[in-house]
Design a protein around this ligand. Structure first.
Ligand code: SF4
Length: 349
């Protein structure tokens, strides 16, 4: 990454901001005022921060910047979801998605540029890995999503399920989650913030030691090591037994459900025998399964989505077996809303 100067103030928590501003003679309350302008009012232009002295505003302008990311494209789906493509200061592209539902406005944020893990069904996996995002770049995605819908209409839920594997950029993801959670930041409750993983067990173990009550989602999508090894190569390093033990420990330690995402792939993982195995695997883990119809997003893919009948049969079997299960309606199909797809579509044009 290019060395960018001046440094940015976005993404710093209160303590970091106080320290950073101290050489300008700024006091603790100035840091709080600046954070309120950023994360409560959606203002990142120092000259509009009218409760700061003119002198401090000028000093801030001279010494710092606030924009981590620049909005490049926005797409709106017929179903109300919105996807944005953002450009980093070093010219890379990140995507973030806003998904409205009856009671929630959920932001799906990216944590890495590209991804090393190469899951077979994922557009991001085909791009390779460029670099980790900083905490500021992760949090600034939320700032931009909030900007496009207006700050009076607040985003209620966060999922770290965009481009990248959050647990392989653990520190920056956690810093961003804490900023989003903090009163001085976006003030979104920890129980409304979900950190997902494709199965990085050391990340799950770290997350269970954290004091916050962030939620854990695991992208599972297979019920045997043989199939999971093929579609999610991370399984070779952290096979199902190890992963599910970590999930059980997380749930016990935190007293929380673990969410399992299961992408239904025709003829690969959508048989009733898979449903039976899945219910056995999740026995003794307080869990909820989200079935996700596969969305190839118009790109060439070795996989197909399961038919609605197969999805229904899979759902019913799990339900009969006592598994808490929902089928997630795949939103934003017309705007390439699955992870990495808009970036892939734009960069391949
Ligand atoms: S699904 Fe997630 S972990 Fe797997 S390749 Fe895509 S971004 Fe990486």
């Amino acid at each position: 990454m290019k060395n960018i100067s001046p440094p940015s103030l976005k993404g710093l928590d209160l303590e970091e901001l106080k320290k950073t501003l101290a050489p300008l003679g700024a006091r603790a309350f100035h840091a709080r005022q600046i954070m309120a302008w950023f994360y409560q009012r959606g203002v990142s232009d120092f000259s509009r921060m009218t409760d700061l002295s003119k002198e401090l505003r000028n000093d801030l302008k001279k010494n710092f910047r606030t924009d981590e990311l620049r909005l490049k494209t926005e797409r709106r789906s017929r179903d109300g979801s919105r996807k944005i493509l953002l450009e980093t200061a070093d010219g890379q592209l990140i995507e973030s998605v806003l998904i409205p539902s009856k009671e929630r406005l959920t932001a799906c944020l990216s944590t890495q540029l590209g991804c090393k893990l190469n899951c077979g069904f994922c557009a991001t996996g085909t791009m390779g890995f460029v670099r980790n995002l900083t905490a500021g770049e992760i949090a600034d995605q939320l700032f931009h999503l909030q900007n496009i819908i207006g700050w009076q209409n607040r985003i209620t839920n966060i999922v770290f399920m965009g481009m990248g594997e959050p647990m392989l950029n653990y520190d920056a993801t956690l810093s961003a989650a804490r900023l989003i959670n903090s009163h001085q930041g976006f003030n979104i409750g920890a129980r409304h913030i979900t950190i997902s993983t494709s199965g990085i067990v050391p990340g799950i173990v770290r997350l269970m030691e954290e004091p916050e009550q962030f939620k854990l989602a695991i992208s599972l999508s297979a019920t045997s090591d043989a199939v999971r090894d093929k579609i999610m190569p991370v399984n070779k390093k952290h096979p199902l037994k190890e992963l599910l033990t970590a999930a059980r420990n997380f749930s016990n330690r935190k007293g929380k459900l673990v969410f399992f995402e299961y992408i239904l792939l025709a003829g690969v993982n959508d048989g009733l025998d898979d449903a039976d195995r899945l219910s056995k695997l999740l026995k003794n883990i307080p869990a909820k399964v989200n079935l996700i119809p596969y969305n190839a997003g118009g790109r060439e893919s070795a996989f197909r989505s399961s038919s609605p009948q197969v999805q229904q049969a899979f759902f019913e079997r799990l339900h009969q077996l006592g598994v808490a299960v929902t089928v997630r309606i795949s939103k934003g199909q017309d705007i390439n809303a699955a992870c990495g797809q808009l970036r892939a579509a734009i960069t391949s044009k």
